[in-house]
Structures are given as C-alpha cells and as structure tokens.
Design a protein around this ligand. Sequence first.
Ligand SMILES: [Zn+2]
Length: 371
Amino acid sequence: YKINRCKKKKKKNKKIKGSKDMTITKTIYMYFLYIPTYMLPTFDAWQWEPNEMLSCLEHMYHDLGLVKDFNMNPITLKRWLLCIHDNYRNNPFHNFRHCFCVTQMMYSMICLCNLQEKLPQVDILILMTAAVCHDLDHPGYNNTYQINARTELAVRYNDLSPLENHHCAVAFQIFSQPDCNIFSKFDPEAFKQIRQGTITLILATDMARHGEILDSFKQKVDGFDYADEEHVTCLKMVLIKCCDISNEVRPMEVAEPWVDCLLEEYFMQSDREKSEGLPVAPFMDREKVTKPTAQIGFIKFVLIPMFETVMKLFPQIEEAMVQPLRESRDRYEELKQIDDAMNEVQVLQMIQSAEEEEREPDDWREEEVSV
Ligand SMILES: [Zn+2]
C-alpha cells in the first residue's frame, strides 16, 4: 500500500478500497488507520512518543512531495528531524510536542485549504520548515523576562524579538551541519529564498507583533492576489501564527492539558521574577490567573478575530477550526460563571461569619478581662 498523498486524496482512497490484497501487515494497517486523523486539526498528539512524532513529520515531508521535488536525501531528512528533536528543551509548554502540534496543524491547513494548488512548492517547504524550527532551544522564559533580566539573548539581539531571533539562528546552525542539511542540493539562489522565507516566518511568531501582522493581512484579504509576493508573504506569516496558537482549535480533551502546561511555564517565570525583583505580568501570576480567565480573552480577542479573517480566504476552515474556537469560548465562559458563583458563595460565607463575630461582643470583653 502506498500512503495517501494529500493532493490526490480521493483518487487514492478509491484505489485502496478496491484492492483485494488481504495480506496487509499490522504496521501498514495501523498506518492506514491513522491517515485520516493526522491530516485533521482533531489529531491527538498526546498519545505519541517522540519517535512516532518524528516518523509522522518525516512522512509529511514525503507526502507533500517535498522530498521528491527538492531532491532531498531521505536519510538527511531523518537526521535533521532527530537533530531538531534534540534541540528542543523539556519545558512544560515550549517543547518538541508543541513543535509537532504546530507542524501538524500547518500540514492540516495545507490540506484543508488546498494550499498546494495555490502556492508554489517552495512556499509549502518554507511553511513546514518554519513550523518545525519555530521554537528551537526555547528556554521557557518569554521575551519580557529576557529583556527585564537582561539575559545573554536580550543583549545579543538588542531586545528585538530575542527568542525568535534565537530559534531562527539555531535552525540555521543545524542546517550548516552537512549531515543535517536537507537543502544541500539547492543552488545558492534557492537557498537564499528558503532562508529569507523561513526567517520571516519564525520572526512573525513574536506575539508582540500580532496587531501589526493581522492589520496588514486584513488590508490585503478582500482583494487577495496570489501573484503578489507581498500578499503571499503576509498570508504565510498569518498561517504560522494561526498554527502556533492553535491549541484551542483542537478538541477539548486535547486542548485543555496544554493550558495547564502553559500556566505551569508562566508560573515558573513569575515565581522567578518575584524572587529576582522583576516586574510580573498579571496573566502569569498564580495569585491572579485561572484557566477560564486565561483563555476567554485570548480566544475572543486574539484567536477568533484572526481565524475569522483567514476564513474570508478559506471558508472551509469555519467548520473545522472557527466553530471549535467558538465552542471552547462558550465552555470557558460557563466555567467562569461557575468560578464566579463559587467565589460569591465564599464571600457571602465570610460576611456571614464576620457578622456572627460582631454579634458576640460580650464574650470578647469577657475574654479581654480574663486576659
Ligand atoms: Zn510556538
């Protein structure tokens, strides 16, 4: 059996159905079973070991035709991915599994939005490669911490997106090793194009630039022109941004553990900031944040507006991506109402017990006297 190519999905599915070969091995059968799911935003990455995620990424490069079209050495591709894995740290959130999820969402969007029919293969290669590399060697503390604590990274990059610049630099350090360079067969011009494209996309993942990038895309989306290089670059920037923060697009049981991971990483940072006397952002403070409060604003004011803008160009994402976001927003709003009601009960109980204390002034005085 050949694995489905995303472009010709229907045709090949037919072929598989019509086959009378009953001697398929268990591995191939398992592979066949998960094909439909790993192309979808509903894919559950929590079930997979790093080795399985690596195989899956490798498979995506083959499936999209990138290995064939760009004459990549399949062994180099394997070594490169292994090296990528080794260069993600074991942070609660910004780890290799996050890299996998972002890339898997990119792959899903490439399939869902038929991007291979709209963009040249080199742009597909840039989208996938930027997704794989976008958080390399993330230290688990954000740009604000880097800048306030005047870390080596902040000094090196003059406070300008220090993390994203670092992820990018590490990516190209990896490509500079011949045994990991999947672009070794590229001529210098082609490499330049890939390098520039990848840098632009990784730098676009700095959330400090969210408003600027989304506004720029909004201005282009109504008269979008695939022949206009500026339009296409802006679309790619928005796509990697969408994938990077796409956890809430996934089913609740897949998405929710990611919120715990993110808060764990945030609290690690805010605890450190407190101990070092640095300013603490309220959204990272364990005294001030709850899961619903953390998610509601983010879904309503960041995720939904961005995905709804992308929906103008690709209406098919409404059902697969925007609808789950709306459901998640509604669910967290319900949870917040429960939290608020619980807090109200607690406040009422506090007032009640204070009132009871006030009603017993005599006992007080007696005690004072006896003391
Ligand atoms: Zn990321």
